[in-house]
Design a protein. Structure first.
Length: 370
């Protein structure tokens, strides 16, 4: 029966496979290889159809030598880990942000100033973006996807003052538009926002309802937003701001969502921003998951969080387990899950490293973006 199926039906079947299963299918015979290849070239690496929950992709936050460059991906359907070699990269990189559902924005670590590149760790594609108009160190970076294109926002940072006056805060906003493949300066921004975004914003941005948001890492936490239509800046308060030991912004079902854990509390809280800039508590993490995450020790300050419209992950290091609040597609209900950390792959032990994670729907298709 399988040998009689037309290519388009085979491609439809292949579209429901995870990347590892698709790779196995491609190696079965010449006909399947040709059909799978046709499916890959009919898709895009920026936005793909959702077939199941996103994968958690973790990249070490410290360089361990070029020969060992790799990232780690967890398949939530098969509940297994994969090591993805990054030996195709010309430089060691650090993860900055996802771009759409399949690409990541990275920063080469061999530059003291900000230089950005895009990467697909599954299809092994890499492309460095042009240099910014202003040389900046440690600015805030945000991403907005407008399929099939994307825009990168860079706000604040340190720059060299004219006439050798030393480094100074750069109160301007600069954007990269993939449609024209170049950077342009949008205009000025409040100096106090530039300072706080430069010093206290290590996390990626979240775009929701026309506004690009960042959260400061300084206690008490605050949220800063840039309205892309009006070119105006705004500031939001954070619930329990002076008590939170960690706080992260994510997007869930299109809404700006805050995940945080407070000192003396065993439950991480999840708030959603509603009308009138009011935060609404929507969920608390069950206490048994907190105990598994920390093993009865530690504090919320060591916790990291990453989220997408379909899942929220709380994690620590690569070898530690992760707590996941995820939408169950069959009934649309969000449930809590435990995911074991990456301690071994293929029977080989993996060193537990500090990592930064993103959620992706892996795609093996070549992309014209590169």
């Amino acid at each position: 029966m399988w040998s009689d199926l037309p290519f388009d039906l085979l491609a439809t079947v292949f579209s429901n496979l995870s990347p590892d299963s698709l790779a196995c299918a491609r190696s079965a015979c010449r006909r399947w290889h040709k059909s799978a290849k046709a499916f890959l070239f009919s898709t895009t690496s920026l936005v793909v159809s959702r077939h199941g929950p996103p994968w958690f992709v973790a990249m070490p936050t410290r360089s361990h030598g070029r020969g060992r460059l790799c990232c780690y991906a967890h398949n939530p359907i098969l509940d297994n880990w994969h090591a993805l070699s990054l030996d195709f990269l010309p430089h060691p990189v650090r993860l900055v942000s996802p771009i759409g559902s399949s690409l990541i924005l990275v920063r080469p670590t061999n530059f003291t100033f900000l230089q950005l590149a895009i990467c697909n760790p599954f299809s092994r594609q890499f492309r460095q973006l042009p240099l910014l108009n202003i040389t900046r160190t440690n600015p805030a970076v945000g991403v907005l996807v407008r399929f099939p294109f994307f825009i990168v926002y860079v706000a604040g940072g340190m720059s060299e003052a004219p006439r050798g006056g030393g480094a100074t805060y750069e109160p301007t906003l600069e954007i990269y538009d993939s449609r024209i493949d170049r950077w342009r300066i949008v205009g000025p921004m409040p100096v106090e926002f530039a300072v706080r975004l430069t010093v206290w914003t290590p996390s990626e941005s979240v775009f929701s309802k026309g506004v690009l948001y960042w959260i400061t890492s300084a206690r008490a936490f605050t949220v800063m937003g840039y309205d892309i239509c009006t070119n105006t800046w705004r500031e939001l308060n954070v619930p329990m701001a002076d008590r939170l030991e960690f706080a992260t912004l994510v997007r869930r079902n299109g809404a700006l969502t805050l995940v945080g854990g407070a000192s003396g509390e065993i439950n991480a809280c999840i708030w959603e921003l509603g009308d009138g800039d009011k935060w609404r508590l929507v969920e608390k993490m069950p206490g048994e998951f907190e105990r598994r995450l920390f093993g009865g020790k530690g504090c919320w300050g060591s916790t990291k969080c990453v989220g997408s419209d379909g899942a929220i992950y709380l994690y620590r290091e690569l070898g530690s387990g992760m707590v996941v609040w995820r939408e169950v597609v069959e009934n649309g209900v969000w449930k809590w899950f435990w995911v074991d950390g990456c301690s071994s792959i293929g029977g080989k032990q993996v060193q537990s490293l500090p990592v930064k994670g993103v959620l992706l729907h892996p795609n093996l298709a070549p992309s014209c973006i590169f």
